[in-house]
Design a protein around this ligand. Sequence first.
Ligand SMILES: Nc1nc2c(ncn2[C@@H]2O[C@H](COP(=O)(O)OP(=O)(O)O)[C@@H](O)[C@H]2O)c(=O)[nH]1
Ligand SMILES: [Mg+2]
Length: 137
Amino acid sequence: MERTFIMVKPNGVARGLVGEVVGRFERRGLALRAMKLMRVSRELAESHYAEHREKPFFTSLVDFITSGPVVAMVWEGPQAIKVARATMGSTDPVDAAPGTVRGDLALEMEQNVVHGSDGTQSAAREIGLFFGAEELV
Ligand SMILES: Nc1nc2c(ncn2[C@@H]2O[C@H](COP(=O)(O)OP(=O)(O)O)[C@@H](O)[C@H]2O)c(=O)[nH]1
Ligand SMILES: [Mg+2]
């Protein structure tokens, strides 16, 4: 069993897509272990996206992720990280396959509706950034 950190980004929450995204992960067979609606502070956003600090889109990404409430979640299942990434689709929605969250619900790179951890280390780090141990079931 593996755990991954998934977030519905501000545009997904604003567009009323929380149920749609959650439903897709549920139907895929992953188990929900934690979930909360929250605002992401600038400090948390910069830590979360630390690997992208030197990228030209970093400031824009932090501005976007702090622009409105997000839904932060932990999902569990066999190879949950890989399964969730496949369910989400490619980073650029233009390249994301139909049937994926991004391929069905997004068109723009930054506004790609969901975040998902990309490996075991980032999953553990991101879960720890967003949730305390008492919030995980
Ligand atoms: N504006 C812009 N945003 C980007 C670009 N590349 C990535 N992003 C955004 O930054 C997030 C993090 O990038 P990355 O970790 O590479 O992709 P992810 O793991 O699939 O979310 C992506 O989900 C996009 O929202 C880019 O070239 N331009
Ligand atoms: Mg990433």
